[in-house]
Design a protein around this ligand. Structure first.
Ligand code: FAD
Length: 452
């Protein structure tokens, strides 16, 4: 395990109230005037999630004089951060080359290449380090706070918003976005707000997508991504918890070539309901749309011995017949497969528990090699992967300028996070998208060129 050590902590003011920061407007006896003044901001962030908080904090840090507010419809902010990574918050992924990092985004691969050159993993690590949060890398590259608690990240964000005087209003659901002259008027269930610049960071919220459609934006329809495959099959039914490396191919016959990427290699975890693990989750992300279009009913081909073909394995089996003729096949596991999986595959190939290698002719050995390298499973439905799930869909990417994360249709309208048609495989990449978009939008909103 690699730890990123914290440098000396920044000298930050102690925090008293981190729920709702007082506005810095002078008090006035005229209630109406005060309300009107209070509701006008330089920047309004819509959505108190990962992208919204990250953008607000960076915008305030870059321009300490700016009046910034976060409007959150829920009674709590950062709810997804809290449950993320099984409560540990997989903050980012230890991949430091932008061109490699983008390969983890089924939607957004091309568009994030430029932004990652401005703000990516190393910047995320440094950002949290500067705020006293150490991140550690796990063997598979996922990065978590050393505390193994998402509360560490939430507390950091709440302290920063409080320290920087960012107002955070919960229970404020945005219901309308109107451009009036050079200002945005935002209507919520609790009154109106206005600002020159707004950032929409509402995640996968259909109501906000509808509002954006009214503004002329196109929205890619939403479908789930990152799910596990439901499979009822004798070969795996008594094996929950068994994990092994496998090659998996989704058997879809798309004339468009849409299934081109629906192959993966990686850990496959057998569960009570079917199959999960990185090898499966990757396919669920890359195939989010195609698998939705077949209502999650399709077949997969599993090679339990990655790197080998059925022909290679047949040769090995013929060799075993020669060298271990008297050995019971069922009893002695081959190819370092999990024992119970080997036994189920042997039975699935029609080989009895007491049969020995000498009993099998070439045809039956071929049957076993096919169970090992070309096993077909019927998928019927999907289940939620509890550690992380996302929605594919959102604002169509060609309508966004990825140098600034600003809308190409409307000046001073910015986006960050899952509201865009960007999503990634599991492993910390989805948050990295939120941090990158939030940071770049914050910078752009503070740039003098941002004004019309
Ligand atoms: C169970 C789970 C675990 C996850 N774990 C990880 C992980 O470990 N690592 C990782 O990289 N990714 C993880 N993800 C994905 C990650 O949480 C999202 O990609 C990320 O939260 C997106 O950030 P966001 O700010 O765009 O959206 P959100 O975090 O969804 O925030 C959007 C906010 O906007 C608010 N909002 C919506 N509509 C309105 C409105 N009309 N008015 C005002 N506010 C509104 C919402 O209430 C919400 O608070 C996980 C997801 C889930 C569901």
């Amino acid at each position: 395990m690699l730890l990123f050590r914290t440098p000396q902590k920044l000298n930050r003011k102690p925090i008293t109230d981190n729920r709702e920061t007082e506005n810095r407007e002078p008090k006035t006896k005229n209630r109406k005037l005060r309300t009107e003044k209070m509701n006008t901001f330089d920047i309004i962030i819509i959505g108190g999630g990962a992208a919204g908080f990250f953008a607000a904090i960076n915008a305030a840090e870059m321009n300490p004089g700016a009046k910034i507010i976060i409007l959150e419809r829920g009674k709590e902010v950062l709810t997804k951060v809290r449950i993320s990574g099984g409560g540990r918050c997989n903050v980012t992924h230890a991949e430091f080359i932008p061109n490699e990092l983008v390969k983890n985004y089924p939607r957004g691969e091309k568009e994030l290449r430029g932004p990652f050159h401005s703000f990516m993993t190393g910047d995320t690590i440094a950002w949290f380090e500067e705020r006293g949060i150490e991140l550690k890398i796990e063997e598979d590259g996922r990065m978590f706070p050393v505390s193994d608690s998402s509360e560490t990240i939430i507390n950091c964000f709440l302290q920063e918003t409080s320290r920087l005087g960012i107002k955070v209003l919960q229970n404020h659901s945005v219901q309308q976005l109107i451009k009036e002259n050079n200002n945005w008027k935002i209507s919520t269930n609790q009154g109106d707000f206005s600002a020159e610049k707004i950032l929409v960071a509402t995640g996968s919220n259909p109501k906000i997508w509808k509002l954006l459609e009214k503004l002329g934006h196109n929205i890619e329809s939403a479908v789930p991504s990152l799910f596990t495959f439901n499979i009822k099959d004798k070969r795996i039914q008594d094996l929950p918890g068994v994990a092994t490396n496998a090659e998996i191919k989704v058997m879809l016959d798309f004339k468009s070539g849409g299934s081109k990427k629906l192959e993966s290699q990686g850990p496959l975890l057998i569960t009570h309901w079917g199959m999960s693990g990185p090898g499966i989750l990757k396919l669920s992300a890359w195939g989010a749309r195609e698998l939705n279009s077949v209502n999650y009913k399709f077949r997969i081909r599993v090679n339990w011995l990655p790197g080998y073909t059925a022909e290679d394995i047949l040769e090995e089996l013929l060799e075993l017949k020669l060298t271990h003729a008297k050995q019971q096949i069922f009893k002695y596991t081959q190819f370092e497969l999990p024992k119970r999986l080997w036994r189920n595959l042997v039975l699935a190939a029609g080989i009895g528990e007491n049969e020995i290698w000498a009993d099998l002719n070439k045809h039956r050995l071929k049957g076993l090699s096919e169970q090992l390298c070309k096993a077909i499973f019927e998928v019927n439905g999907k289940s939620t992967f509890k550690e992380e799930f996302v929605t594919a869909g959102g604002v169509v990417l060609k309508e966004v300028n990825f140098k600034t994360f600003e809308s190409k249709l409307h000046k001073n309208l910015y986006f960050a996070g899952e509201v865009l048609n960007i999503d990634a495989i599991t492993g910390g990449f989805n948050f990295q998208n939120a941090w990158t978009g939030g940071f770049i939008a914050a910078k752009a909103m503070n740039s003098p060129n941002a004004a019309p």
